[in-house]
Design a binder for this molecule. Structure first.
Ligand code: AVI
Length: 321
């Protein structure tokens, strides 16, 4: 029974109650991103092993003119909707260039977190003062619905940074389908995909030598300790990622190093762990062109253009109806 006198985040509690009572325990990766998790993620993006950030940044720096001409292909004016912009470091490259070229567009970042949006808006106001920006503090799909009422200009939806890889493949299909349903003939969707490559390199990106990714994942336990009054002892667990080069799936686990029980005082419940029992905490799917085309086709979209970095580690792909 949940004690209704205590205040805690219900979404977090529901995930724990559901995920830890399964035969194969799992917790969703969005739980990584509390304040401390956001900070560690910034460190991950700056690590030498985490090639994803530099690769996508290179794509934007090298192809910003070509990207603008693809976006302007159907109409001089457009709405640029971004899902999950994070700190906006990479998007800023495009926004600066587009604004410098006097492109007629409004940047509409969408985020459920008001504080994330505030920080992003402040950053863009300072670094791209001429930018027309209208932040939308909504869940992604209610934002798309609202944007679809009475609009003249086409919309271009950005979902970058390999965020698509954090879904399981069938969930990614549903997600792209839902976006596709809101798109009209002249609209576009640009998705950032991390690509299949040397398996050692991929694994290292999720298992860096300094243990930054390990601390990112283990922070999940600390979060549950403070938010749900749990008594996880992080030293009795370990971070374990693996990459399957056949499917392109990276999976990360938090593994219990011994038999133990963890109490969640706020939930009046405890969960037991066998020695070496894993909690699956993250998918990071890697793609190839065939998989990208399949994903697009299932959503009723086709590929308009691939943009790659020089080493072909990453692709930003423009899709349309
Ligand atoms: C946010 N996302 C694209 C990252 C990824 O690569 O899957 C999250 C991450 N997890 C561990 N390192 C980075």
């Amino acid at each position: 029974m949940i004690d209704s006198t205590k205040t805690y985040n219900k979404a977090v509690a529901d995930e724990v109650l559901n995920g830890l009572s399964q035969k194969h325990k799992s917790l969703p990766s969005w739980l990584f991103y509390d304040e401390q998790g956001d900070r560690i993620f910034q460190q991950i993006m700056a690590m030498p092993e985490y090639y994803l950030t530099d690769s996508e940044l290179e794509i934007f720096q090298t192809n910003k003119a070509a990207i603008l001409s693809v976006f302007k292909g159907v109409s001089a004016g457009f709405n640029l909707i971004e899902f999950g912009a994070g700190d906006g470091m990479k998007t800023e490259v495009l926004l600066k260039y587009f604004t410098g070229q006097k492109a007629n567009f409004t940047y509409k970042p969408v985020d459920i977190s008001a504080s994330v949006l505030e920080q992003l808006t402040e950053r863009m106001r300072k670094s791209v003062p001429d930018l027309a920006i209208e932040p939308i503090n909504k869940e992604y799909f209610s934002a798309l619905e609202a944007l679809n009422v009475d609009r003249e200009n086409p919309m271009i939806v950005l979902f970058m940074g390999a965020n698509i890889g954090n879904f399981e493949l069938n969930e990614a299909e549903d997600f792209v389908k839902k976006i596709a349903n809101a798109l009209r003939k002249d609209d576009q969707l640009m998705i950032g995909f991390d690509l299949k490559k040397n398996p050692h390199m991929i694994l290292e990106a999720y298992n860096d030598k300094k243990g930054i990714t390990a601390s990112f994942n283990m922070n999940l336990l600390t979060r549950l300790n403070s938010e749900l009054e749990a008594d996880f002892e992080p030293d009795r667990f370990m971070h374990y990622p693996y990459y399957d080069p056949q499917t392109g799936t990276t999976k990360s686990f938090i593994v219990s190093k011994e038999e133990q029980s963890v109490n969640f005082a706020a939930l009046n419940t405890s969960f037991s762990f066998k020695a070496w029992e894993p909690i699956h905490v993250e998918f990071s799917q890697k793609f190839d062109e065939e998989m990208i085309v399949e994903l697009a086709t299932k959503a009723g979209l086709s590929v308009e253009r691939y943009f790659y970095d020089e080493k072909k580690y990453f692709a930003d792909v423009v899709l349309k109806k």
